[in-house]
Design a binder for this molecule. Structure first.
Ligand code: HEM
Length: 152
């Protein structure tokens, strides 16, 4: 990945803020995702019809949000290991193809995260952090697309 040293530090530092409370922040990520794209809640059998204000207490919602955000945490932990990163992302694409998730859905998740980051990171959301995260997400999309194609 063509991240500059400054971009890599900015990505790791900003994610560090999220990782300090992975459980609490995973709930924020998914509430923001369903607020921006309400139609996606229907894809999740365990809480498809749960009203938004009850989601933070729903144990299935909490467990799922934590699982996904922990997986993103694993990606950020592996920024220095392209082989591992590639494998994790291709696998994510393969796992999601059987659920009929498309690359545009992953793009929407990336847009949701960029929007949330701009709101929660305050002054740490610098142009360098922004360009670093854009590069991370373009690699995510490229490799997930490869995985989706393998199982489509
Ligand atoms: C980098 C992005 C993503 C990661 C790391 C991720 C990770 C995961 C993981 C770890 C699981 C549970 C384990 C499994 O069954 O594979 C899961 C399940 C799932 N994901 Fe994702 N996911 C991502 C993006 C998305 C997107 C964009 C959507 C749809 C908009 C989505 C929809 C689902 C659904 C519907 C399930 C099944 C939930 C259930 O069992 O009811 N995921 N994801």
């Amino acid at each position: 990945m063509s991240l500059t040293a400054e971009e890599k530090t900015a990505v790791q530092d900003t994610w560090g803020v999220v990782a300090k409370d992975l459980k609490g922040n995973s709930i924020k990520v998914f509430l923001h995702f369903f607020t921006m794209f309400p139609e996606y809640q229907k894809l999740f059998r365990g809480f498809a019809d749960t009203p938004m204000d009850q989601l933070p207490e729903n144990r299935r919602f909490k467990a799922h949000a934590f699982t996904v955000v922990s997986a993103i945490n694993g990606l950020i932990d592996n920024l220095d290991d392209p082989e591992m990163l590639c494998e994790l992302l291709v696998k994510t694409g393969q796992n999601h193809a059987k659920r009929s998730i498309k690359i545009g859905d992953f793009k929407n998740l990336n847009d949701c995260l960029m929007d949330l980051f701009s709101k929660i990171f305050g002054e740490a959301w610098t142009p360098v952090a922004k360009s670093g995260w854009s590069k991370v997400f373009s690699v995510v999309l490229e490799k997930v697309a490869e995985g989706l194609k393998l199982n489509e």
